[in-house]
Design a protein around this ligand. Structure first.
Ligand SMILES: NC(=O)c1ccc[n+]([C@@H]2O[C@H](COP(=O)([O-])OP(=O)(O)OC[C@H]3O[C@@H](n4cnc5c(N)ncnc54)[C@H](O)[C@@H]3O)[C@@H](O)[C@H]2O)c1
Length: 256
């Protein structure tokens, strides 16, 4: 018996990196998973097959989460396929690695639409569904240590994740009386495609590892394990807050 048996889950950006690990971990614990994707259909099909080969349930939905219509279609997919929605994981995200002085309006809008606006309106749609269903629900946001910790040269990303922090703190309070919970997970550095420019450069990778008290990047599974815990019945008094999963990097010092 899995800790997520019978739960219907939507994971945005579910075919890569952290999202993929979340899909596999939740399905292995018995959840039925809707895997949202916008790129790499082949990768998505392989992932869906991997879940089914292991005896799990997963379906794909092609949805650009920066568009409200796509968000509604994505959520409806869970209801059509699995009869209800129990957990939304707002995972998809991008970064542009630009400073305040370099960021164009177009880049700013793109980061905010994919990282922040999508989480806002997906959470709204999921919360309405949860309230109609009448027995609570859970929204998990994959934010970042940069919801709270400046990263010079990646400012739009930090602003979007900071917004996600306040979304969770505020919406968690608004939705608590309905039994709907909202929690952020703030990873530090995780070995996924989003970090390829660092992990493929030996010097940059060494410096990053030295700055992490545990001396290694997280694996996507390290984040997925926390998602499974939060989605299980064992976190039922947690809401409106952030769980940091960062190997200690936010507390790190240069030690001089
Ligand atoms: N990797 C890290 O070090 C790290 C650290 C902290 C937080 N995060 C966050 O974790 C989340 C997942 O990142 P990752 O590291 O797995 O990166 P990734 O690049 O492997 O995955 C990002 C996913 O988002 C999807 N996506 C992008 N735009 C989309 C759109 N418009 N609609 C739907 N999906 C879209 C991509 O197709 C991909 O599936 C992101 O929100 C990221 O900010 C990552």
């Amino acid at each position: 018996m899995g800790s997520l048996d019978g739960k219907s889950v939507v994971v945005t950006g579910g075919n890569s990196g952290i999202g993929k690990a979340i899909v596999l971990a939740m399905a292995a614990e018995g959840a039925s998973v809707v895997v949202d994707w916008v790129a790499h259909e082949d990768q998505t099909e392989q992932l869906l097959q991997q879940v089914r080969d292991a005896g799990g349930k997963a379906v794909g939905v092609e949805a650009d989460i920066s568009k409200a219509d796509d968000l509604h279609r994505m959520m409806q997919k869970a209801v059509d396929e699995f009869g209800r929605l129990d957990v939304l994981v707002n995972n998809a995200g991008i970064e542009t690695r630009q400073s305040l002085l370099d960021t164009t309006e177009e880049d700013y809008d793109k980061v905010m639409a994919i990282n922040m606006k999508s989480a806002f309106f997906a959470s709204q749609a999921a919360a309405k569904r949860f309230i109609d269903q009448g027995d609570g629900g859970l929204i998990l946001n994959i934010s970042s240590v940069h919801e709270d910790w400046p990263m010079p040269g990646n400012i739009a990303y930090c602003v979007s994740k900071g917004g996600m922090r306040m979304l969770t703190r505020t919406a968690g309070v608004e939705l608590g009386p309905h039994g709907v919970r909202m929690v952020n997970i703030a990873p530090g550095a995780v070995d996924t495609p989003i970090n390829e420019s660092t992990t493929s450069n030996k010097d940059k990778l060494g410096k990053l590892q030295d700055a992490i008290p545990l001396r290694k990047l997280a694996k996507p599974d390290d984040i997925a394990d926390v998602v499974v815990f939060l989605a299980s019945g064992r976190s039922s008094y947690m809401t409106s807050t952030t769980v940091v999963v960062d190997g200690g990097i936010m507390q790190g010092s240069v030690g001089l």
